[in-house]
Ligand binder design. Structure first.
Ligand code: ZN
Length: 267
């Protein structure tokens, strides 16, 4: 098994980052656990997470993107946000899985002994759809599914009420990608941030960084989203995610570089 970074910022939270730069987490309740996201599935993270869990558990993906959901096949069943169902299916297909393998090879994470064909042809995992507002009882804590549309239409957060801790996946993150076909317009994202900021949480954890952020950072996300326009932004393009009219706007807030990548006009 490849080396995964892990942090344990609360007694009941394990947060991992894989060598391809995506995170997944465990919320450990007294009678039940939740695995938040399941990575690319290049490596068997089921064995890893099960070594930390001693109760039944469920797996919930924060959105349909391949870096958060391609590991779903490792598990008996996963929950996918209702509005990301088609995205999940697309991102677990042969085309995306082939790109996942290419990127793992480029990073030197796999060699010729790795069974690429098997990975690429994995069947879609059993999945159920999950709705915003669902509350899951883990025995000693309750986790609510929060709609966080923007990055993708179905993106969700997971809010642990008793600990005022929110998992945001890619929906509220330091460099948000809003230029994708599956992203909403910027206004919808801004309205989501304003709505979520009213919720009762103090800290949050994102889908790509090993940091527990304070809620106040949401103000910066809002600020860069509201200020960004082609006149103050730079054109950007990302390999495998090429889209026309894509811009990046970023600002420093202390040590943090916070920005938004968006498309204008939005297609
Ligand atoms: Zn994403």
């Amino acid at each position: 098994m490849m080396n995964f970074n892990v942090m344990n910022p609360y007694p009941f939270i394990y947060h991992f980052r894989d060598p391809q730069g995506v995170c997944f987490s465990i919320i450990k309740g007294e009678s039940k656990a939740i695995v938040v996201d399941c990575g690319y599935g290049i490596f068997n993270i089921r064995e890893l997470v099960e070594s930390y869990i001693d109760t039944p558990y469920i797996v919930i993906c924060t959105h349909g993107h391949m870096d958060h959901s391609s590991g779903a096949y490792l598990f008996d069943e996963v929950y996918i946000p209702r509005l990301d169902e088609q995205l999940y299916i697309k991102h677990n297909g042969i085309e995306k899985r082939t790109k996942n393998i290419e990127s793992a090879k480029k990073l030197g994470l796999i060699d010729e002994t790795y069974n690429c064909t098997e990975y690429i042809n994995k069947k879609l995992a059993n999945y159920k759809l999950i709705d915003n507002g669902t509350i899951l009882d883990l025995g000693n804590m309750h986790v609510e599914i929060i709609g966080m549309e923007g990055h993708t239409k179905g993106s969700i957060g997971l809010l642990i009420h008793e600990h005022k801790l929110l998992f945001t996946g890619d929906a509220a993150i330091s460099m948000i990608w809003m230029f994708l076909e599956e992203s909403t317009d910027k206004k919808t994202y801004i309205n989501m941030l304003k709505r979520v900021m009213k919720l009762d949480f103090t800290h949050f954890i994102t889908g790509h960084l090993m940091t527990v952020f304070e809620k106040e950072i949401f103000n910066h996300y809002l600020e860069v989203a509201e200020e960004s326009k082609p006149e103050n932004s730079i054109p950007v393009t990302f390999q495998n995610f090429e889209r026309p009219n894509t811009y990046q706007y970023a600002k420093k807030f202390g040590d943090l570089n916070i920005g938004i990548c968006y498309q204008e006009p939005k297609e």
